[in-house]
Design a protein around this ligand. Structure first.
Ligand code: NAD
Ligand code: AKB
Length: 333
C-alpha cells in the first residue's frame, strides 16, 4: 500500500485531492500537510495531518521518516495574483519549496507529482491551441517560478532518475474550497455571487478567453498520470491538459440558463487583466491524450449545471450550520 504525502493540502486542489486519495488508498496512508491549519476539521479528523512548511528541510525530513512516505503530491504554492504582489515569497515557496521537496523525494526514493500552469506561458506563446512544446517566456513571477519548476522536475528525472510527473493545469473551478489568489478565480467567485446575490462584478474584461477545467477532471487527471505506465510517457512533466475555454460573458450566459435573473458587470483590474491577456485561450493536450489516455468529462454546460447544484447545497448547509451554532451559544433563560 502506498504512503502518500500531500503538501498544500488545505488549498483549493489539496483539500479535494486528499479526500479522494484517502477514499482510494485508506485514510491512514494519506498524510495531509500545510503551513496553515484547515478551517474545518475534515482533513485533520479523517487522517494524519502535519503542520509543515515546505521551506523547512528538517521538518520535511522528519515527516518523510515518521510516515515512511513513498509518493508526494506537492501542491504548496503561491498563485499568480498573490505572486505579483509578493514576488519574493512566490520565488521562495514555488522554487525553493519545490527544490526541498525534490531533494526529499530523491533521498527517500519517492515518486513526486508537481503541477504547472497555463501561467508558464507568456505573450510570445501562441494563445490558441498552445503546443505542448513551445516558447515559454512568461511575464509574471508566478510564470517564472512555474517554468523553473518544470525544468527542475525534468532535471531531477534525467539526472537522478527520479519519478517526477506533472500537468500544466488551466484555471480550476470548484465548490469545496475557495481559490487561493489567482487570475482565474473569477470563474469560481461568479458562482458564489450568482447564487447569493444574483449579480457579479468581474475583474476581467467580458471577452477575456481562458482555458479552464472542473475540479473532478483535474483530480482524475493527477491520479491517472501518477498511475500511468512510465514506459508510455515521453514528456513526464508539464503535460498540457484542458477541458473547456470561455470568456466571462459566455460563462454568465451559461449561468443565466439556471439563474435567469443573474447579471454581470465589469470593473477591470489592470494587473489581473494583464496576466490573463498573456495566458492561453486553450492548450493542445494531444500529448496527454496519446501518452496516458487523458480525456475530460466536463464541458462548460455540464460544469455549470453541477457547480450550481453542488454549491447551492453547500451554501445551504453552511447557513444551517451557522444558525445551529448561533442557537447553541444562546444562553438558556
Ligand atoms: P492554493 O493557494 O489554494 O493552495 C496552496 C496551499 O499551499 C495553501 O493551502 C497554502 O497554505 C499552502 N502553502 C503556502 N505556502 C506554504 C509553505 N511554505 N509550506 C507549506 N504550505 C504552503 O493553491 P491551489 O489552487 O490548490 O494550487 C495548488 C498547485 O496547483 C499550485 O502549484 C498551483 O500553481 C497549481 N495550479 C493551480 C491552479 C488552480 O486554478 N487552482 C491552476 C494551475 C496550477
Ligand atoms: C492562477 O490563476 O494563478 C491559477 C492558475 C491558472 O495557475 N488559477
Amino acid at each position: 500500500m502506498k504512503k502518500i504525502l500531500v503538501t498544500g493540502a488545505v488549498g483549493q486542489i489539496g483539500s479535494e485531492l486528499t479526500s479522494i486519495l484517502r477514499q482510494k488508498y485508506g485514510n491512514t496512508n494519506v498524510i495531509a500537510s500545510d503551513i496553515r491549519m484547515p478551517a474545518d476539521d475534515t482533513i485533520r479528523d479523517s487522517g494524519p495531518f502535519e503542520s509543515m512548511d515546505c521551506l523547512d528541510p528538517h521538518h520535511i525530513t522528519r515527516v518523510m521518516q515518521i510516515h515512511k512516505v513513498d509518493t508526494i503530491y506537492h501542491l504548496a504554492a503561491i498563485l499568480s495574483a498573490v505572486g505579483e504582489s509578493k514576488p519574493t515569497l512566490a520565488w521562495q515557496v514555488n522554487v525553493n519549496g519545490l527544490y526541498n521537496m525534490l531533494e526529499a523525494a530523491r533521498q527517500y526514493h519517492c515518486a513526486i507529482f508537481v503541477p504547472s500552469s497555463i501561467g508558464a506561458f507568456g505573450a510570445s506563446t501562441p494563445l490558441d491551441n498552445t503546443p505542448q512544446d513551445t516558447i515559454q517566456r512568461p511575464d509574471t513571477m508566478y510564470g517564472v517560478t512555474k517554468v523553473s519548476g518544470e525544468l527542475l522536475c525534468d532535471y531531477y528525472h534525467k539526472r537522478f532518475d527520479l519519478d517526477t510527473r506533472g500537468l500544466r493545469f488551466p484555471g480550476l473551478i470548484s465548490h469545496e474550497t475557495e481559490p487561493g489568489g489567482g487570475t482565474t478565480d473569477y470563474a469560481v467567485e461568479i458562482f458564489y455571487e450568482a447564487i447569493r446575490h444574483k449579480k457579479y462584478t468581474c475583474y476581467l474584461r467580458e471577452d477575456s478567453s481562458l482555458d479552464m477545467m472542473y475540479m473532478p477532471d483535474a483530480i482524475r487527471a493527477m491520479i491517472k498520470l501518477m498511475e500511468a505506465d512510465p514506459d508510455g510517457l515521453i514528456h513526464r512533466n508539464a503535460f498540457n491538459v484542458t477541458a473547456m475555454s470561455f470568456t466571462p460573458e459566455q460563462l454568465a450566459h451559461e449561468i443565466r440558463k439556471h439563474i435567469p435573473e443573474f447579471t454581470i458587470d465589469y470593473s477591470v483590474d489592470p494587473i489581473r487583466q494583464a496576466i490573463a491577456d498573456t495566458w492561453p485561450n486553450y492548450m493542445d493536450d494531444s500529448a496527454a491524450r496519446k501518452e496516458w489516455g487523458w480525456q475530460p468529462k466536463y464541458d462548460l454546460a455540464k460544469m455549470t449545471k453541477d457547480m450550481i447544484q453542488e454549491l447551492s447545497q453547500k451554501l445551504q448547509r453552511d447557513g444551517m450550520n451557522q444558525r445551529s451554532r448561533a442557537g447553541d451559544s444562546e444562553v438558556p433563560k
